[in-house]
Ligand binder design. Structure first.
Ligand code: AMP
Ligand code: TRP
Length: 339
């Protein structure tokens, strides 16, 4: 008989750079929307993941606080959700080690994010970069999380999390870890670069023009959208007709996500018009949606001590859930527990 796990939502974002419109639409906005829907919500700034590629310590500290400010600015309420940074809860690293003995090396080499980030010289990447998905599985399973809201790019990591949970349960003859469901929903699960519609919008792209940062002001947002790569064709009446026009499709999807409409509803209004009309409308919508978030981020960022207090309190609450789960995992695996 299968244990039913209490519904719980977990997700995380790396503080490896400033957050982007992709993070907002693919993750943060969803995090806020899921609050108060029933399951407990646990959200984490994953600093231990960030250091799998080099981070300057001072910059990492600043970006961790900035990420926490962005979570709250986007609507994550530390009274409704648990909000903390990963490295303050040792259960994550401990469970990751235990999972390193469950997961197989071959599973790790198959991850596209590893291949992308390690590049040609993968022998020289950190061992942590290879083991990254094992830590991500630990993040999720230390809370027995049943659902994880993420963007499309994290789907493969979530499948691996399910594989680790299933192999652990099978190897030890238990039904201890839940098989987590990915929540990849909406029209903006994969926001693309403004310079290249075949590449994901990313905080690590060398070109700042490729992304909208949550810290960009109205002028910067408008200018980036005006300069976004497009084509010379007018807009069609349905999203289906944009399947070979990735840049155009991306801008329509962004519009739809920001407006809370379907892409087809957006196109019904703009059918036959060119980007000379569409881009200013998108810029206005983006500025209206992001300006209040940027303003709130700046307010939170003005008080780093308060951010640290919130993260510390969140870590205490997170620890209270994760500690017994990790202890039970060790007991299942045969570790002597005598204190
Ligand atoms: P990361 O910035 O890689 O830590 O990603 C944090 C979260 O944002 C994950 O759920 C990602 O799937 C999501 N995300 C990152 N970039 C994008 C994007 N361009 N479009 C949609 N979601 C994204
Ligand atoms: N790997 C995720 C990313 O880069 C971040 C992450 C770490 C995460 N741990 C997680 C996301 C747990 C969801 C759940 O986007």
């Amino acid at each position: 008989m299968s244990t039913t796990h209490t519904p719980r939502i977990f997700s995380g974002i790396q503080p490896s750079g400033g957050l982007t419109l992709g993070n907002y639409l693919g993750a943060l906005k969803r995090f806020a929307e899921l609050q108060g829907t029933g399951p407990q919500t646990v959200y984490c700034v994953v600093d231990l993941h960030a250091i799998t590629v080099w981070q300057d310590p001072e910059t990492l500290r600043a970006q961790t606080r900035a990420a926490a400010a962005a979570f709250m600015a986007a609507g994550v309420d530390p009274a409704q959700s648990i909000l903390f940074n990963q490295s303050q809860v040792p259960a994550h690293a401990e469970l990751a080690w235990l999972f390193n003995t469950v997961a197989r090396v071959g599973w790790m080499y198959r991850m596209t994010q590893f291949k992308d980030k390690a590049g040609k010289n993968s022998e020289n990447s950190s061992l942590g970069l290879l083991a990254y998905p094992s830590l991500m599985a630990a993040d999720i399973l230390a809370y027995h999380a049943t659902a994880v809201p993420v963007g499309e790019d994290q789907k493969q990591h979530l499948e691996l999390t399910r594989d680790i949970a299933a192999k652990f349960n099978h190897d030890y003859g238990v039904d201890f870890f839940p098989i987590t469901e990915p929540l990849i929903e909406g029209t903006a699960t994969r926001v693309m670069s403004l310079r290249d519609g075949t590449k994901k919008m990313s905080k690590s792209d060398p070109s700042d023009a490729s992304r909208i940062n949550l810290t960009d002001d109205a002028d910067a947002i408008a200018q980036k959208i005006r300069k976004a790569r497009t084509d010379a064709e007018p807009l069609p009446g349905s999203i289906e007709a944009l399947k070979d026009r990735p840049e155009a499709r991306n801008l329509v999807n962004i519009y739809a996500a920001l407006a809370g409409e379907t892409p087809d509803a957006v196109l019904a209004r703009f059918e036959g018009q060119g980007f000379g009309a569409f881009k200013p409308a998108l810029a206005e919508l983006a500025v209206d949606a992001l300006a209040p978030i940027t303003a709130r981020m700046n307010e939170y960022s003005a008080d780093p001590a308060e951010i640290d207090r919130i993260l510390g309190e969140g870590a205490d609450r997170a620890e209270a859930i994760a500690r017994p789960i990790v202890e039970e995992t060790k007991a299942i695996m045969g570790m002597v527990r005598s204190r």
